[in-house]
Design a protein around this ligand. Structure first.
Ligand SMILES: [Zn+2]
Ligand SMILES: [Zn+2]
Length: 173
Protein backbone atom coordinates (compact mmCIF):
# COMPACT_ATOMS: atom_id res chain seq x y z
CA UNK A 1 0.00 0.00 0.00
CA UNK A 2 1.35 3.42 -0.92
CA UNK A 3 1.67 6.42 1.34
CA UNK A 4 -1.29 8.78 1.30
CA UNK A 5 -0.70 12.35 0.17
CA UNK A 6 -2.95 15.03 1.59
CA UNK A 7 -3.14 18.53 0.19
CA UNK A 8 -2.96 20.64 3.32
CA UNK A 9 -5.84 23.05 3.97
CA UNK A 10 -7.30 24.46 7.20
CA UNK A 11 -10.35 22.32 7.91
CA UNK A 12 -12.99 21.30 10.41
CA UNK A 13 -14.63 17.98 11.05
CA UNK A 14 -18.37 17.44 11.10
CA UNK A 15 -19.69 18.29 14.55
CA UNK A 16 -21.77 15.09 14.51
CA UNK A 17 -18.55 13.12 14.60
CA UNK A 18 -16.88 15.00 17.42
CA UNK A 19 -18.06 12.72 20.15
CA UNK A 20 -16.75 9.73 18.25
CA UNK A 21 -13.54 11.57 17.46
CA UNK A 22 -13.05 12.24 21.14
CA UNK A 23 -13.67 8.63 22.04
CA UNK A 24 -11.35 7.34 19.33
CA UNK A 25 -8.79 10.13 19.45
CA UNK A 26 -5.97 7.64 19.79
CA UNK A 27 -6.16 4.84 17.26
CA UNK A 28 -5.21 1.46 18.77
CA UNK A 29 -1.46 1.19 19.25
CA UNK A 30 -1.03 -1.73 16.87
CA UNK A 31 -2.80 0.17 14.10
CA UNK A 32 -0.82 3.31 14.85
CA UNK A 33 2.44 1.39 14.40
CA UNK A 34 1.18 -0.10 11.13
CA UNK A 35 0.37 3.35 9.72
CA UNK A 36 3.70 4.85 10.86
CA UNK A 37 5.62 1.97 9.29
CA UNK A 38 3.68 2.16 6.01
CA UNK A 39 4.31 5.92 5.82
CA UNK A 40 7.93 5.67 7.03
CA UNK A 41 7.15 8.19 9.82
CA UNK A 42 6.67 10.86 7.15
CA UNK A 43 3.94 13.51 7.17
CA UNK A 44 1.42 13.00 4.35
CA UNK A 45 1.23 16.76 3.80
CA UNK A 46 4.61 18.43 4.37
CA UNK A 47 6.90 15.36 4.17
CA UNK A 48 8.49 16.11 7.54
CA UNK A 49 9.88 12.90 9.01
CA UNK A 50 10.29 12.27 12.72
CA UNK A 51 10.51 9.06 14.68
CA UNK A 52 8.70 10.58 17.68
CA UNK A 53 5.42 12.39 18.30
CA UNK A 54 3.90 11.98 14.84
CA UNK A 55 0.10 11.97 14.78
CA UNK A 56 -2.38 9.73 13.00
CA UNK A 57 -5.10 11.61 11.08
CA UNK A 58 -8.42 10.27 9.82
CA UNK A 59 -8.50 11.43 6.18
CA UNK A 60 -12.29 11.56 5.91
CA UNK A 61 -14.59 9.81 8.34
CA UNK A 62 -13.40 10.00 11.99
CA UNK A 63 -15.20 6.74 12.72
CA UNK A 64 -13.38 4.77 10.02
CA UNK A 65 -10.19 3.08 11.25
CA UNK A 66 -9.43 1.33 7.93
CA UNK A 67 -5.79 1.78 6.90
CA UNK A 68 -6.90 3.66 3.76
CA UNK A 69 -8.51 6.31 5.96
CA UNK A 70 -5.46 6.83 8.19
CA UNK A 71 -2.38 8.92 7.51
CA UNK A 72 0.78 9.90 9.37
CA UNK A 73 0.71 13.65 10.00
CA UNK A 74 3.11 15.97 11.80
CA UNK A 75 1.66 17.93 14.74
CA UNK A 76 1.87 21.23 12.80
CA UNK A 77 -0.09 19.99 9.76
CA UNK A 78 -2.53 18.29 12.11
CA UNK A 79 -3.15 21.58 13.92
CA UNK A 80 -4.03 23.13 10.53
CA UNK A 81 -6.33 20.25 9.59
CA UNK A 82 -8.36 20.86 12.76
CA UNK A 83 -7.95 24.62 12.83
CA UNK A 84 -11.11 25.39 14.85
CA UNK A 85 -9.78 23.38 17.75
CA UNK A 86 -6.33 24.93 17.34
CA UNK A 87 -7.81 28.45 17.36
CA UNK A 88 -9.51 27.65 20.66
CA UNK A 89 -6.03 26.98 22.05
CA UNK A 90 -4.77 30.22 20.48
CA UNK A 91 -2.17 28.41 18.39
CA UNK A 92 -3.31 29.57 14.92
CA UNK A 93 -4.71 32.60 13.11
CA UNK A 94 -6.36 32.75 9.67
CA UNK A 95 -4.94 35.17 7.09
CA UNK A 96 -4.91 35.55 3.31
CA UNK A 97 -1.61 34.17 2.14
CA UNK A 98 0.15 34.46 -1.22
CA UNK A 99 1.93 31.16 -0.57
CA UNK A 100 0.40 27.71 -0.14
CA UNK A 101 -0.56 26.36 3.28
CA UNK A 102 1.98 23.57 3.18
CA UNK A 103 4.74 26.09 2.43
CA UNK A 104 3.74 28.04 5.53
CA UNK A 105 4.30 24.88 7.59
CA UNK A 106 7.61 24.08 5.89
CA UNK A 107 8.98 27.61 6.08
CA UNK A 108 7.83 28.04 9.68
CA UNK A 109 9.61 24.85 10.70
CA UNK A 110 12.73 26.00 8.84
CA UNK A 111 12.59 29.38 10.59
CA UNK A 112 12.26 27.70 13.99
CA UNK A 113 15.26 25.55 13.13
CA UNK A 114 17.22 28.73 12.45
CA UNK A 115 16.15 30.18 15.81
CA UNK A 116 13.63 32.75 14.52
CA UNK A 117 10.47 33.60 16.48
CA UNK A 118 7.02 32.87 15.05
CA UNK A 119 6.41 36.64 14.73
CA UNK A 120 9.60 37.04 12.70
CA UNK A 121 8.70 34.09 10.49
CA UNK A 122 5.12 35.30 9.91
CA UNK A 123 6.40 38.76 8.96
CA UNK A 124 8.12 37.13 5.96
CA UNK A 125 4.87 35.77 4.47
CA UNK A 126 3.28 39.01 3.09
CA UNK A 127 -0.01 38.13 4.81
CA UNK A 128 -3.21 40.14 4.35
CA UNK A 129 -6.28 40.26 6.57
CA UNK A 130 -9.38 38.47 5.31
CA UNK A 131 -12.95 39.67 5.83
CA UNK A 132 -12.78 38.55 9.47
CA UNK A 133 -10.08 39.44 11.95
CA UNK A 134 -7.04 37.12 11.76
CA UNK A 135 -7.90 35.41 15.04
CA UNK A 136 -11.69 35.13 14.47
CA UNK A 137 -13.30 31.82 15.47
CA UNK A 138 -16.03 32.70 12.98
CA UNK A 139 -13.95 31.17 10.19
CA UNK A 140 -14.34 27.79 11.87
CA UNK A 141 -17.93 28.31 13.00
CA UNK A 142 -19.13 29.43 9.55
CA UNK A 143 -17.42 26.46 7.96
CA UNK A 144 -18.97 24.08 10.50
CA UNK A 145 -22.40 25.53 9.81
CA UNK A 146 -21.91 24.86 6.09
CA UNK A 147 -21.29 21.13 6.55
CA UNK A 148 -24.24 18.84 5.94
CA UNK A 149 -23.37 15.14 5.69
CA UNK A 150 -19.76 15.73 4.65
CA UNK A 151 -17.18 14.47 7.16
CA UNK A 152 -14.96 17.54 6.65
CA UNK A 153 -14.96 21.02 5.20
CA UNK A 154 -11.97 23.20 4.34
CA UNK A 155 -11.38 26.93 3.95
CA UNK A 156 -10.89 28.13 0.37
CA UNK A 157 -7.60 29.58 -0.82
CA UNK A 158 -6.03 32.04 -0.28
CA UNK A 159 -7.05 31.69 3.39
CA UNK A 160 -4.33 29.98 5.38
CA UNK A 161 -3.52 29.20 8.97
CA UNK A 162 -0.38 30.74 10.43
CA UNK A 163 1.18 29.76 13.73
CA UNK A 164 1.11 32.29 16.55
CA UNK A 165 1.57 30.01 19.56
CA UNK A 166 2.77 26.54 18.70
CA UNK A 167 5.76 24.59 19.96
CA UNK A 168 5.68 21.06 18.51
CA UNK A 169 8.09 21.60 15.59
CA UNK A 170 10.23 18.49 16.22
CA UNK A 171 13.34 20.21 14.94
CA UNK A 172 15.50 18.38 17.49
CA UNK A 173 14.11 14.95 16.62
ZN1 LIG B 1 3.35 18.04 8.17
ZN1 LIG C 1 -6.95 14.49 12.48
Amino acid sequence: MSHPTIQLRPGVNNVNQWQGAERKRAVPDKLRKQVLARDDFTCASCNHRAMKWMHIHHIADEENDELENLATICPACHAVMHFGLSMQFGSLEIWKSPIAQVEIVRQTREGIRKGLTLAEINASFSLKKGKLAPDSMRWANDLLASIEAEPRAELPEPLCAVFVEFKQWQVDA
